[in-house]
Design a protein around this ligand. Structure first.
Ligand code: ADP
Ligand code: SF4
Length: 678
């Protein structure tokens, strides 16, 4: 189907300095959890983005030399000829699909501890590094000269590797942003003090980079438009001077804001397009191409961004992760096939944990090289088989869709009337509505497949399953929250939790409520469930005490870049927060808490109790079928029914089970090999 002509502005080429982007879809630099250690994985993933139609595809932050080392966080490097070889593979993969390749040259300044290289951390001032109790050396003029030389050398290597757009990276509190920041930069030489002095290094780098590689490469800058000392305030205050000073030497402005947790905002707190009001005036001011992000998944919003003259290019990180093929789908008039990012930041969490990127919506993300998975193409099955999938939660839906695309005869049965499994209740929690996109995308795609039959209100027994006579059976019957308190703090549970005051999260989400009086929520899981329940109940006017053995609310949410937002929300809602304490017993009208360190106990009033500690797999059906598994060519349990986890894991598991269908595939491993060093 041809695209609708109104989307034409998104497909106009755009000249950026000496290069031309084929369209307006721009994958901005984003972390991958792969970095220099996994070059094949990285190259394959970036190439898929270009294949999907992104006109520009950039690397993640790319260190210029060993004085900027973020280990153990994964980052790219352009330190030497070995890096040129690896990075050239990324550029070539992107070029193969007609897109431009961008590289974000990076120096972390005093944010980098240099744990790997053991080079002395550097900064405009001597300050504590982010992750280690060591300080940077205050850069003297010789250090600044060396840095400029190193940046230029890395830019030349970037050109040699084939990159078309090379960044001077002046955002996100790294070295250049540190020089820019009037609170940090208390230097009294020509690089500190006045705004003219604080932007000097940025100006020099832009000029030197342009001189070195500007014949072939566009020079981009990434910067924050608001005031970094008081984020969110004074858009274009001091930055107006900076922008006016560098507009002639800069080919592309990649704009962001100081509040990284808004830029990288989860949908629970920030919606699409939240940066627009900050950046709206820059394009006119600089008169050069401008790009920015806003977790845009709607083609209409993308169009109005470009047509409205706010930006020239639609920047995206997460939308391009959730669906690397958004541009091609718009081009081909397949808007309803777009797999929209849900804003959960599981992608960010994987980078935070130092493992390759993964995505709730896109199970193939990070698996392009290792497993050879393509986000849009599933190889047709050599023989069409009858496959039964039981349970239409995220795992079952993804499995049924992937099997259907392979051409199998698929029967999907679901006990309830509605598809979606856990999503049905969880998306009623405050702020989580967008997560329903996981269900909606799959349900819509399934509706296009004639070879998939869906039966709702069909709870399957073992006898029902056998009667269907499928060759392969995938059991995706999910899990339920335990009421016993069993979890990381009480492995065997707590006998006194077996009490009429105890409600599971499932019961609360289904609408049950404890009698009037104070409610105690015990968070032993430490992701979103307990805090979301606390917020919901507090908004209903209930008195809520949130108790966690961790030091902060929803401790794991640090990895999804939302922990402090969650904690602030509970404070605003009037939830009493008790950290480093564990609920150990229920007594009449009271709950006993123990200090996680000393074990000292105390009691608080408790009329209702919600333990959020762990889940029980609903695997009874699978167990019963396993007793006589030889009836089937394969019998597999998937998703939460196998091992409860977050939704991304269930989707991936469903996808993998469908691709493999009872025959585990070989997985390649990306690593450096001896005698291969340069
Ligand atoms: P997952 O995250 O692994 O997909 P969910 O809990 O979200 O798991 O979904 C499991 C789904 O399985 C639910 O929609 C539930 O109604 C359904 N289900 C559970 N048992 C049966 C059964 N015996 N027959 C059909 N559907 C079932
Ligand atoms: Fe979007 Fe979540 Fe996927 Fe990240 S993991 S790209 S936030 S859907």
């Amino acid at each position: 189907m041809p695209r609708e002509p109104r989307f034409d502005p998104l497909f106009q080429p755009l000249k950026i300095g000496p290069v031309t982007a084929p369209n307006r879809f721009y994958q901005v630099p984003h972390c991958t959890g792969m970095g220099f250690a996994m070059p094949e994985t990285l190259a394959a993933m970036r190439a898929v983005k270009a294949e999907g139609g992104w006109g520009v595809v950039c690397t993640e932050y790319c260190s210029i030399d060993p004085t900027s080392d973020d280990h153990p966080a994964p980052y790219a490097t352009l330190w030497d000829q070995g890096d040129v070889r690896n990075m050239a593979k990324i550029a070539a993969g992107v070029h193969a699909h007609g897109a431009l390749a961008g590289v974000e040259l990076w120096h972390g300044g005093f944010r980098s501890s240099n744990n790997l290289s053991r080079a002395t951390p550097l900064g405009p001032v001597s300050q504590l590094t982010s992750t280690t109790p060591v300080q940077s050396a205050r850069m003297d003029l010789a250090d600044i000269r060396d840095y400029r030389r190193a940046h230029k050398a890395a830019a030349l290597r970037a050109k040699e590797a084939g990159f078309d757009i090379v960044y001077v990276y002046a955002a996100h509190t790294y070295l250049l942003a540190q020089f820019l920041n009037r609170q940090i930069n208390q230097r009294d030489d020509g690089y500190g003090g006045s705004i003219g002095n604080r932007i000097r290094l940025i100006r020099e780098l832009l000029e030197e980079t342009k001189e070195a590689i500007g014949d072939k490469c566009a020079i981009a800058i990434r910067l924050e438009v608001d005031d970094e000392v008081t984020p969110g305030s004074d858009p274009l205050g001091e930055k107006r001077f900076l922008l006016e000073s560098i507009r002639d030497t800069t080919d592309l402005f990649d704009l962001t804001i100081s509040d990284y947790y808004q830029e990288m905002g989860v949908s629970r707190f920030h919606k699409q397009g939240s940066l627009e009001s900050f950046i709206a005036d820059v394009r006119t001011l600089v008169g050069k191409p401008v790009v920015s992000v806003g977790r845009y998944t709607s083609p209409e919003a993308m169009l109005s961004l470009v047509k409205g003259g706010i930006t020239d290019l639609v920047g995206a990180a997460r939308p391009s992760i959730a669906d690397p093929f958004i541009p091609n789908k718009i081009r081909d008039g397949r808007l309803d096939d777009i797999r929209e990012c849900i804003g959960c930041n599981i992608c960010y969490a994987s980078d935070h944990q130092g493992v390759p990127l993964r995505c709730t919506q896109n199970p193939t993300m990070g698996e392009e090289w290792r497993r050879g998975w393509h986000p849009e193409i599933v190889p047709a099955a050599s023989t069409r088989e009858k496959v039964l999938v039981i349970g239409a939660g995220p795992a079952g839906l993804e499995a049924a869709l992937t099997l259907g695309r392979q051409g199998h005869e698929v029967i999907l049965t679901e006990a309830s009337r509605e598809l979606g499994g856990r999503l049905i209740n969880e998306t009623k929690l405050p702020g989580l509505q967008e997560w329903m996109r996981v269900r909606d995308y799959r349900a819509h795609q399934l509706s296009k497949l004639d070879n998939v039959a869906i039966y709702r209100e069909s709870r399957m027994s073992a006898a029902d399953v056998r009667e269907i006579g499928a060759a392969h059976v995938l059991v995706a019957t999910g899990s339920h929250w335990r009421k016993s308190g069993s979890g990381r703090y009480h492995l065997a549970g707590v006998a006194s939790f077996d009490d009429p005051r105890t409600f599971s999260p499932d019961e609360i989400m289904a609408g049950k409520r404890p009698a009037t009086g104070p409610i105690v929520i015990f968070d032993g899981e430490e992701y979103y469930m307990a805090s979301a329940l606390a917020e919901m109940l507090a908004k209903e006017g209930r008195q809520v005490t949130y108790v966690t053995g961790a030091g902060v609310v929803s401790a794991w949410s640090v990895k999804t870049a939302e922990q402090h937002l969650v904690q602030a929300r509970l404070i605003e809602c009037g939830v009493e927060i008790v950290v480093s304490q564990v609920v150990t017993e229920l007594f009449p009208q009271e709950a006993e808490l123990a200090c996680a360190f000393s074990g000292r106990t105390r009691r608080i009033a408790c009329a209702g109790f919600i333990p959020v500690t762990s889940r029980e797999p609903n695997d009874a059906l699978w167990q019963e079928l396993s007793a006589d598994a030889s009836t089937f060519r394969s019998l597999t349990r998937i998703g939460d029914c196998k091992a409860p986890g977050h939704i991304a894991i269930a989707v991936h598991d469903g996808h993998r089970a469908a691709r493999e269908l009872g025959q585990p595939a070989l997985v390649k491993r990306d690593r450096a090999l001896v005698d291969a060093h340069l």
